[in-house]
Design a protein around this ligand. Structure first.
Ligand SMILES: N[C@@H](CCC(=O)N[C@@H](CS)C(=O)NCC(=O)O)C(=O)O
Length: 216
């Protein structure tokens, strides 16, 4: 057993992304459940490890890393046998990083800006601008894909696993319209064949979709 410990819960999209990368690298790790819905991430013990109070959090022989994007890059750099998932070539890496920052700052935020108000304040009405943010995320992904099977080209990278974990979860708010975004639909279908892809996806969608009302 490695010294790796992942803290999280399956319904979390960024936790799913980390689990997909751990699986792709065939790494052993201990999984410690943090029940975010019950507020466990605000407990002092967890706060000491991650003052941002978010999951996922990775512990590697005592070193602490959080934010899924930092975690997945670290895992590939440290443990992968090849650099395919996170290329060392500077330009290729810059492109993967761009997609990772897009996921962190745009795509995931369009989800979080709806899920946090619901989970913490029971806000079920999703204003039009937040619905539009989801549509815009789908449209940007469609353009990233172009004629390629993956978001940076012909090979799967951590950018697909992070963006894919978020994009699949957006269906919790607004189901993807495959006629408008056929490339995103085909890409998600491709990713869905990966082992452990499902994780807590269905559960996450079922938690939100039935209770939300969207303004159009
Ligand atoms: N950018 C972060 C986002 C992490 C995040 O917001 N995780 C959610 C679960 S999906 C969380 O911990 N929410 C609890 C909170 O922010 O209070 C990442 O990629 O790790």
């Amino acid at each position: 057993m490695s010294g790796l410990v992942l803290y999280g819960l399956d319904i979390s999209p960024p936790v799913r992304a980390c689990k997909l990368v751990l699986r792709a690298l065939d790494l052993d790790y201990q999984y410690k459940q943090v029940d975010v819905l019950a507020g466990e991430h605000f407990k002092e013990e967890f706060k000491k490890k991650n003052p941002q109070n978010t999951v996922p959090l990775l512990e590697d022989n005592g070193a602490l890393i959080w934010d899924s994007h930092a975690i997945v890059c670290y895992l590939v750099d440290k443990y992968a046998k090849t650099d395919e998932l996170y290329p060392k070539d500077l330009l290729a890496r810059a492109q993967v990083n761009q997609r990772l920052y897009f996921d962190a700052s745009v795509l995931f935020m369009s989800l979080r800006n709806v899920s946090i108000p619901y989970f913490y304040h029971n806000v079920t009405l999703v204003p039009k601008e937040k619905v539009d943010n989801i549509k815009s995320g789908y449209a940007i992904l469609e353009s990233f894909l172009g004629d390629n099977p993956y978001v940076t080209g012909s090979t799967l990278t951590v950018a697909d696993l992070c963006c894919g974990a978020t994009a699949s979860s957006l269906a919790a708010i607004l189901e993807l319209d495959a006629t408008k975004y056929p490339k995103v639909a085909a890409w998600l279908e491709r990713l869905s064949k990966l082992p452990d892809y499902e994780g807590g996806l269905k559960e996450y969608i079922e938690l939100l979709r039935p209770v939300l009302t969207l303004e159009h």
